[in-house]
Design a protein. Structure first.
Length: 168
């Protein structure tokens, strides 16, 4: 529980706690800096020239933190990023395959239950109840109900603004 007076103070405190600890910057006095930039009067070997110290790229961790198991874990993860990102990704892909295989099997089993093959008895029963179909009889039945000699052409009503196809 944060005992800050407002949200902004709490947020600043939270960010300060999460910020990585850094090694203090070494203090260099002005005469040292000036001496390092002076040109020598006589030739000097390169190892005699004083330069600014470089900062380490590794984060500074206290001895208590460095000996902790978490620090060792972070060190291994920074050296081997595949363990942090690649291996879990591949594990999810493989595990997903094993999880989805039974799910798809259930789906197809349900489909097979609905669409099943007819048994021989059901097939014979369907064939017996079907009426006999004669092509000529069907033709005369469909054509006989209409008067094919007495008809007139009717135009389809067009939508407003649509061309009716009549040239004027």
């Amino acid at each position: 529980m944060c005992h800050c007076h407002n949200f902004a103070d709490c947020l600043i405190l939270f960010v300060a706690l999460l910020a990585p600890r850094r090694r203090p910057v070494p203090r260099i006095d002005a005469p040292t800096i000036i001496k390092s930039f002076e040109l020598p009067s006589e030739p000097v070997l390169s190892h005699h020239i004083r330069t600014m110290p470089t900062f380490q790229s590794k984060k500074f961790r206290s001895t208590g933190e460095a000996s902790a198991m978490g620090a060792k874990y972070r060190a291994v993860m920074s050296r081997h990023p595949f363990l942090m990102f690649g291996l879990p990704f591949l594990a999810v892909i493989v595990a997903g395959s094993f999880v989805l295989t039974p799910a798809t099997a259930i789906r197809y089993e349900r489909h097979d239950r609905r669409v099943r093959q007819m048994t021989r008895d059901e097939e014979l029963n369907v064939r017996r109840s079907a009426r006999k179909v004669d092509m000529r009889e069907e033709y005369y039945r469909l054509a006989g109900g209409k008067d094919l000699d007495n008809w007139e052409q009717k135009r389809v009503e067009r939508l407003p603004g649509e061309s009716d196809g009549i040239l004027r």
